[in-house]
Ligand binder design. Structure first.
Ligand SMILES: [Zn+2]
Length: 313
């Protein structure tokens, strides 16, 4: 096995530094697909980069077929300041793929990622997480049922259509993942003011199992646990800012319609400002706040999957 670190430069910043990507190329010993693994397309979702760091420590001793291209920090400028959007232009990188020539800095970054990463891979595994407030736990089921299931999460989400400008869907001029018809899975795991260790451990085990499913790692993949595929997810945002205290069940557990998800309290007056209830008749917890967290009105509060019409296996 051989590991190369490529640092393609795509522009010069105003402070004189060169803007580059960090792409690790791991070349296995036999024939197989090129699997792309990326994280931190949103700068405040660092759990994926932690998963990749731990994974990289295992790779040296792991016989591989095919090749891995690993982009551990897709948006370093947003990552450095723990911000969802690129601080230079305040744009969401994951709505701009494959990038616009002559566009904003985030467009140039999207173009570089498309050219140096997305166009060179045969399979895409994209790691997202909650931020330093909410914690999340589900997997997008896009175009390869077995690949998404092999990560091993309990809850999966089959969206009707992809969001425009993501690595998966791109735009109408897209050369990104879906238009090329390559298998793709988007993982949402971890985040929050809680120990990320268990999520990192699950992430490493999950990605390794996907690599077994793809034949890149030799052993047979572990069969997925019993899983629930939801077709719609309610995103519930607090209308008031303050401290959010959760009373919802843990992630992956069911919640009845009308049950209390959490309450917002004022740290100033100590009054309860809001009670947030579950709008889904029969729901399953997908995103939550696991500690007493500061929220602004309109932040990500909770995500509840709709169990009506869900597929169980
Ligand atoms: Zn994200």
């Amino acid at each position: 096995m051989k590991i190369n670190l490529h640092r393609p430069v795509f522009t010069t910043m105003a402070d004189g530094s060169e803007a580059c990507l960090h792409v690790h190329e791991v070349i296995g010993d036999g024939d197989g697909p090129t699997v792309g693994i990326s994280a931190v397309i949103h700068g405040n979702e660092p759990t994926g980069a932690q998963i990749i760091l731990e994974l990289s420590r295992l790779l040296a001793d792991l016989p591989l077929r095919g090749r891995l291209l690993i982009l551990p920090v897709a948006n370093p400028w947003a990552f450095a300041v723990n911000h969802r959007f690129t601080p230079i232009d305040e744009l969401n990188l994951n709505r701009l793929f494959p990038g616009e020539p002559g566009g904003w800095f985030s467009d140039l970054l999207a173009q570089a990622i498309a050219r140096e990463f997305l166009e060179k891979i045969d399979v895409h595994i994209d790691l997202h997480s909650g931020t330093d407030r909410p914690t999340v736990d589900y997997v997008y089921l896009l175009n390869d049922e077995g690949l998404s299931r092999s990560f091993g999460s309990k809850v999966l989400y089959r969206p009707k259509e992809g969001l425009t400008g993501t690595t998966y869907s791109g735009t109408t001029k897209s050369v990104t993942v879906d238009a090329r018809g390559i298998p793709a899975a988007v993982i949402e795991l971890g985040g929050g003011i809680v120990d990320q260790g268990p999520y990192v451990e699950r992430g490493v085990a999950g990605v390794l199992n996907m690599l077994r499913y793809l034949g890149v790692v030799a052993d047979d993949p572990a069969p997925p646990p019993s899983q629930i595929v939801v077709h719609s997810i309610a995103l519930i945002r607090p209308g008031q800012g303050g401290f959010l205290e959760t009373s919802a069940p843990p992630l992956g557990e069911e919640i009845a319609g009308g049950a209390t998800l959490g309450r917002v309290f004022s740290p100033y007056t100590f009054d309860q400002l809001e009670e947030i209830t579950n709008p889904v008749q029969n729901g399953i917890m997908i995103l939550s706040h696991l500690s007493r967290n500061l929220v602004q009105p309109g932040d990500y509060g909770y995500m509840v999957g709709d169990l009506a019409g869900a597929e169980r296996s």
